[in-house]
Design a protein around this ligand. Sequence first.
Ligand code: CA
Length: 231
Amino acid sequence: MPQKILIIEDEKELADILGEYLKVEGFEVKICNDGKAGLDYFRAEQASLVLLDIMLPVMDGIAVCREIRNESDVPVIMVSAKSGEMDKVVSLGIGADDYVTKPFSPLELVARVKAQLRRYEGNNGKQKETPGERIRLGVLTLCPGSYEAYIEDQSLNLTTKEFEILLLFAKAPGQVFSKSQIYEQVWGYDGICDDNSVTVYINRIREKLKKQGCAYIKTVWGAGYKLSTEA
Ligand code: CA
């Protein structure tokens, strides 16, 4: 059965163009033109991935994303007209997996859709293989099977992306990762490096660690970041 992409977008022409590109790649496509219709459709019919505009009639994309995240972990790619809106999406931690800012090329978006689907399928497979795996570093514990991270027994409440970044560090303590390496490994799309989103995510993780009195993510000036349990 083809994978179904749900496009929630009120610019009908743009939605149709994206739909055509995705159909050529073998995807089934459903287009909804307002946030509520999109959410209703998702609840009734599900989808393999959601492309979600932010500025939408009836219900905005941020609210739609939150609702979807309460019910499902399918990949969500946010689409926005203004780059400033994306900072909001990231800083609110609403759980989107990736985002693009208009104007973008349909081919770039198709590549990101495929990357997210690969990552999602890969993660689900891995989770089944190692449900009980634990990574422990100092007071930090990561459980890749459940995407939970703890400082002592206090949950850090990380979003999926935040967890994946911390897991990348934790698997290679002391190793320095550049922003583009982090982007490549976590977002899974190696064509474009979005430095800004990496920085925003790192800051979010640091804030959450700091609340528990932990400062394991170090900046290595001019090179990137590393995880170190040393003060
Ligand atoms: Ca719109």
